[in-house]
Design a protein around this ligand. Structure first.
Ligand code: ZN
Length: 169
């Protein structure tokens, strides 16, 4: 299958473009595209997030979460929450997504859609906003219950990599 031909960035109105299996871990790294060239297909991202939400491991809270993110080269990465009998060890869906991001070639997140069990937009927890900031920065777009917002609005005055650079003098 062609890499990076995901529905989230493909042309406009092809019905039912299969959007799974976008990232082949050992495939050659596709050429990076500038963020502005990648058109965000929010509904495709939402569908992918819902697919992952349905795979969540949430036997304790029954609060299932899925998330999908568009990478600046057109890949789509995704994750689901994974609970643990030791509650504090629970992994948010964004943890899995960020792991897939790096495991499949890295890059920057440009758009993220997180959903709850109802398939609707769900705000990432505070910790996960930090994850999105690290891997997408202030311009990464997030679908929220109030519409699309940049991370700079979702995590204002964020602590991030720049702070550490400044500390080095
Ligand atoms: Zn979280």
């Amino acid at each position: 299958m062609p890499a990076a031909s995901d529905g989230a960035i493909s042309g406009a109105s092809e019905p039912e473009t299969p959007e799974a299996e976008t990232s082949e871990p050992y495939a050659a790294e596709p050429a990076r595209r500038h963020t502005a060239e990648v058109r965000v297909e929010w509904e495709a991202l939402r569908r992918r997030a819902v697919e992952l939400m349905e795979r969540a491991y949430a036997p304790y809270s029954h609060f299932r979460v899925g998330v999908a993110g568009l990478v600046d080269d057109g890949r789509v990465v995704a994750g689901c929450n994974v609970e643990n009998a030791a509650y504090g060890v629970t992994l948010c869906a964004e943890c899995g997504m960020v792991s897939e991001l790096h495991a499949t070639g890295g890059g920057r997140l440009t758009a993220v859609y997180c959903v709850g069990g109802d398939g609707q937009a769900l705000m990432p927890c505070g910790r996960c906003r930090q994850l999105l900031w690290e891997n997408g920065g202030p311009d990464c777009l997030l679908m929220t219950p109030e519409g699309v917002l940049p991370m700079s609005a979702v995590l204002p005055q964020a602590f991030g990599p720049d702070n550490l650079r400044h500390a080095e003098g």
